[in-house]
Write a protein that binds this ligand. Structure first.
Ligand SMILES: [Zn+2]
Length: 264
């Protein structure tokens, strides 16, 4: 993946998702933007103590930079579920320009054009999917619970069942998130993971490798490994660039977004 600057904003883009004229995508960072104070930067969360005016300006800036439709943007209220919504015409704008009823939803999928899907992250794993043949997109929030539930594999199943996707045509990009260096948990969380993703430490705690776990989930769902891109950017280690819940704490953590949109 490569960083790309637009003015003072910095975005991360996947090479595997670039070069398609019908696709726009990005992972945002905290750099640039209009938010001030504790969550200074490009905060995209409306529920983290920021002013709605500044957050809206940040969305407009991202849409200007990346060519996304501001009016049609769809966002969900993420609750660490494995619920995935297929976004339809009537959902356009929900969460940004229209009142939303998309709650308890951690994945969005659509084949509609000019309808950007956004998923929030601030340590959790954002996953973007694109079927380059059937022209279907998905944005998935795969925190540790979502990873345990295999939400990304569930998304691949929906691509196949509802849209006729073939796994060989699906391209995936796993964005910045907390790395195996920093995702330390206690046994109550570690016990949910296969031992190959768990490193037991001398302090009695465990580090979990959400990067490898999410690549393997997509691969075991049938996506060819050569179609899977991963940022390997740890949000906690690089908390100057990214908001990190673990590095900054609740009051100081804005939200970043992974966006994907089909173009005309
Ligand atoms: Zn780290």
């Amino acid at each position: 993946m490569n960083f790309k600057n637009f003015g003072s904003q910095k975005y991360l883009l996947s090479e595997k998702m670039s070069g398609f004229s019908s696709l726009a995508h990005c992972f945002t960072t905290r750099e640039g933007g209009f938010s001030t104070g504790k969550i200074q930067g490009l905060n995209l969360g409306f529920r983290v103590g920021d002013t709605p005016e500044d957050v809206t300006k940040n969305y407009r800036q991202v849409c200007d930079d990346m060519g996304f439709s501001f009016d049609n943007m769809v966002l969900s209220r993420q609750e660490h579920t494995d619920n995935i919504r297929i976004v339809t015409e009537e959902d356009k704008g929900k969460g940004l320009t229209k009142e939303s009823d998309i709650f308890e939803t951690d994945g969005l999928i659509t084949n509609l054009k000019n309808v950007p899907l956004g998923i929030f992250y601030a340590d959790c794993v954002p996953v973007l999917l694109y079927d380059r043949e059937k022209q279907v997109i998905g944005a998935i929030h795969s925190g540790w619970r979502g990873t345990v539930m295999g939400i990304s594999a569930k998304a691949v199943e929906i691509f196949k069942e509802k849209f006729g996707s073939e796994v060989k045509d699906i391209v995936c990009a796993i964005g910045p998130c907390i790395g195996p260096c920093c995702f330390e948990v206690q046994e109550d969380v570690a016990q949910h993971f296969d031992s190959e993703y768990v490193l037991k430490k001398e302090n009695g705690r465990f580090n979990i490798d959400l990067w490898k776990a999410n690549v393997d989930i997509l691969a075991s769902a049938g996506v060819p490994r050569e179609n899977i891109d991963i940022a390997e950017e740890c949000t906690k280690c690089k908390n100057q660039i990214y908001y990190s819940y673990r590095a900054h704490g609740k009051e100081h953590t804005g939200r970043m977004c992974a966006f994907i949109e089909l173009k005309d």
